[in-house]
Ligand binder design. Structure first.
Ligand SMILES: Nc1nc2c(c(=O)[nH]1)N[C@H]1C(S)=C(S)[C@@H](COP(=O)(O)O)O[C@H]1N2
Ligand SMILES: [Mo]
Length: 215
């Protein structure tokens, strides 16, 4: 494992995944409920990561989008802000059972990004990379939900370093481990490639309404 990662914490979470800890066995209905099964509402905002919180100065920050796309890009901060800006309010759900309502995110929508890079027909999956070496995988369909964005502000403030600033991904309809902090690279691939937690017992798809914590 990479330098500085909290190996013990990772091992504990992996053991919980194996044991199916926290599972209620219920299925939720987002049409009628706001809190997915097994979740509790929090007013605060816990910080979770692997123990490495990279400092990425704005001047050095770059987002590479490559792989199976017609138009690969590297955006710096100015290029990100030059894109049409998007705002969305959503709830977030962490696999460790907390949910936080009404997060106001600002950034560039993933739909706008897709419009720019133009995925090739065979690009069905994405690997998301963080500056800390973290990876997570989503399908192109998950990435294309209308509330997904490359976020640089939260509740009107620049995203803090502990929460993934300067820029993180937000994919609010899935458990929060899919929303990579310190976003560095978005790679379009043909075959699914499980990421850090998906390789350690977490569910590949991660729908909180189906309680897809592990699997
Ligand atoms: N780059 C990176 N992104 C990451 C992680 C990480 O370790 N590194 N942890 C994930 C997990 S497991 C969670 S629960 C959320 C936590 O986001 P927060 O600290 O803003 O609450 O970030 C996700 N994104
Ligand atoms: Mo997590």
């Amino acid at each position: 494992m990479a330098e500085g990662y909290k190996d013990k914490l990772v091992a504990t979470k992996q053991a919980w995944a194996r044991a199916g800890r926290l599972l209620t066995g219920k299925v939720g209905d987002p049409e009628h409920d706001r809190l997915p099964p097994g979740q509790r509402l929090t007013e605060g905002w816990p910080v979770l990561d692997l123990g490495v919180q990279p400092a990425v100065p704005l001047d050095d920050w770059r987002l590479t989008v490559d792989g199976l796309v017609a138009n690969p890009i590297v955006w710096d901060w100015t290029a990100l802000l030059a894109q049409p800006q998007f705002e969305d309010v959503s709830d977030m759900h962490c696999v460790t059972q907390w949910s936080r309502y009404d997060n106001r995110w600002q950034g560039v929508s993933t739909l706008q990004l897709l419009d720019v890079v133009k995925p090739l027909p065979e690009a069905a999956h994405l690997v998301i990379h963080g500056y800390d070496g973290y990876t997570t995988n989503v399908t192109l369909e998950q990435f294309s939900d209308e509330d997904c964005l490359i976020a640089h502000h939260h509740d009107g403030e620049p995203l803090t370093r502990e929460h993934g600033g300067p820029v993180r991904l937000m994919i609010p309809r899935y458990y929060l481990w899919k929303s990579a902090k310190w976003l560095k690279r978005i790679e379009f691939v043909g075959a699914d490639r499980p990421g850090f937690w998906e390789n350690r017992g977490y569910h590949n798809f991660a729908d909180p309404w189906l309680e897809q914590r592990y699997g």
